[in-house]
Design a binder for this molecule. Structure first.
Ligand code: ARG
Length: 269
């Protein structure tokens, strides 16, 4: 009798495990179909129901003002992420150099501003997976004696460089040419105005905004040679893994299904 009971017990355990296994597989299958498990789990944000993004909207084609709205590649990708998380996107425009502190202070949920991932910033914030590549480029006047990046580094060269405050262009230029030769402007556009006015000899800034500034101003060109290659990502408060994981899943899906490429192609012809 005991033996029979033991056998029945064993068998029911085996069946129970098998059933669990099946269930696990079923939900695994669901996950790969829509992959929104993490993204749809409610994440806590600064303001309930909203996803607040800090940016600096003077950076076409990533973020800029048009028709009373902030539009661009970052704004649209952020809109898609918010949709996946079931939240309403709110964009706050501020100085580029203030974005990281706004993220740290919990006054916004994340920063997205064509922001390059680098070692120093990684000490202050976490970054999502990368969604784009950037290149630091050089804008000069059409008749400039500067024709390649190397000209800036030539013996005895002392060209005046303009940058946007707090950007990687700023950090690299100060490193390479020294503080005295580098002027920091609040926006890239102000640096371009200074270049046109003859205050500086070149502007070092990301390639796509550089092209946009040149397209909007006569007498300027972007040098063919690049100054540095970088990856753009979204910055999130250190340790906010719930939001970071949700953003990463959403971004992975948006990259995989071609949404990111479609948005980029809309703004970069
Ligand atoms: N990629 C550069 C950086 O991270 C410049 C970004 C400037 N972005 C902006 N929205 N103004 O430092």
């Amino acid at each position: 009798m005991k033996k029979v009971l033991a056998i029945i017990l064993c068998l029911s355990l085996v069946f129970a495990f098998a059933a669990c296994g099946k269930d696990a597989k079923k939900s695994d299958a669901k996950k790969t179909e829509s992959q929104t498990d993490v993204a749809t789990t409610a994440v806590k944000t600064v303001k309930d129901g909203k996803l607040i993004m800090a940016t600096n909207a003077s950076f076409p084609p990533y973020e800029y003002h048009e028709g009373g709205k902030i539009i661009g590649i970052d704004a649209e990708i952020a809109g898609e992420i918010a949709k996946k998380l079931g939240l309403e996107l709110v964009i706050e425009d501020m100085e580029f150099a203030s974005i990281i502190s706004a993220v740290q202070a919990d006054s916004v949920d994340f920063g997205m501003a064509g922001m390059t991932v680098n070692e120093d910033r990684l000490k202050e914030v976490d970054f999502s997976i990368s969604y784009a590549n950037g290149v630091q480029a050089i804008i000069v006047k059409e008749d400039s004696p500067i024709t390649t990046v190397d000209d800036l580094f030539a013996e005895g060269a002392a060209y005046k460089v303009g940058v946007q405050l707090g950007t990687t262009g700023d950090i690299y230029s100060v490193d390479d040419f020294g503080e005295d030769l580098v002027t920091q402007y609040t926006t890239g556009n102000e640096a371009v105005v200074a270049l046109l006015g003859g205050d500086i000899d070149c502007v070092i800034i990301d390639n796509e905004p550089a092209k946009a500034y040149v397209a909007n101003n006569k007498g300027l060109k972007v040098l063919d040679t690049a100054y540095a290659d970088e990856d753009y990502a979204i910055c999130i408060k250190k340790g906010n893994t719930a939001l970071k994981d949700a953003v990463d899943v959403a971004l992975e899906e948006l990259i995989a299904d071609g949404t990111v490429a479609k948005i980029v192609a809309k703004y970069i012809k």
